[in-house]
Design a protein around this ligand. Sequence first.
Ligand SMILES: Nc1ncnc2c1ncn2[C@@H]1O[C@H](COP(=O)(O)OP(=O)(O)OP(=O)(O)O)[C@@H](O)[C@H]1O
Ligand SMILES: [Mg+2]
Length: 324
Amino acid sequence: MVSRETLRSLLDNTLRDARYPRWEDNYRQGKVRDMYLLPGRRVLVTCDRQSAFDHILGTIPLKGQVLNRIANHWFEKTADIVANHVIDVPHPNVTIAEELDMFPVEIVVRGYLTGSSDTSAWTYYARGERDICGNILPDGMVKNQPFDTAILTPTTKSEEHDEPISASQVLERGLVDEATWTQIERIAFELFARGQQIAAQQGLILVDTKYEMGRNAAGEIAVADEIHTPDSSRYWIAETYADRHARGEEPESLDKEFLRLWLREKGISDTNIPDLDDEIRIDVAERYIDLFERVTGESFSPSNPDEPLRDAIERSIEPCFESA
Ligand SMILES: Nc1ncnc2c1ncn2[C@@H]1O[C@H](COP(=O)(O)OP(=O)(O)OP(=O)(O)O)[C@@H](O)[C@H]1O
Ligand SMILES: [Mg+2]
């Protein structure tokens, strides 16, 4: 575990963005990742910015490294199941990826009936809905209960908001052809089963997750973006799940509930966006590092904490532009 003192010393060495004017033409910005598009390649820099309700609240020391390293941990652990986009990881914040021809669907796999947002499976179920993206659920289920077998709930990928659809709608709308969809489903369930199995060895429950897939230059299906990270997945602590669930309590989660509670206390709304103070930035960093260590079973140490992160990253991606 990285000490609070170290985290404090890193508060002024975080990466809000990875925008370098010299490569402006290739630059794109996602929610968490800054990207450089090159022929056949996408340089993905996972940044430290923290958003909530579509606002950037500030930065969390080491968050980008934690996320990118967790994703790469899982890409390695699943490489026998499916190809992935990773070509190289020249810095803990950076993944050089193969540019995929992305499928226009996000593939969400859920092991448990949970969630609290408008689009979560539990919210639909509690409203009386029994058909969740084409999966017919029995009556009498309770919140946070596992499904008999994991279910797949696709959503469209759109700029405004993601729309839940069923597998048959994926085909009807021609988003993906049938043979490809069959493979996508098989891969998604295999990835999720592997994720749950390895998480269980670490004392964790992988509750649900989202995959993005596409086709690589060799014509194979490959996974892109990130996999089984806390941004794309929900994790619960296995040890306390059964007792808490039996008592009707919420499971202990390893996700961003903590920050959400802090924001609620501060009264976040469309007109009031509180700035993250140093203590909460350190608290959240500790949670991300704890999550890294629990998920991977490895201890986390920051890469060259004394060097400005911006410079180290610039140096690590420079060769991509020279060879492009
Ligand atoms: N190998 C790849 N080939 C093509 N596109 C990719 C690849 N990997 C990731 N992407 C795309 O790059 C972008 C990465 O952006 P980022 O993950 O920061 O935010 P987002 O996808 O917009 O939001 P979120 O992941 O939170 O839904 C996404 O649009 C993703 O689909
Ligand atoms: Mg993404």
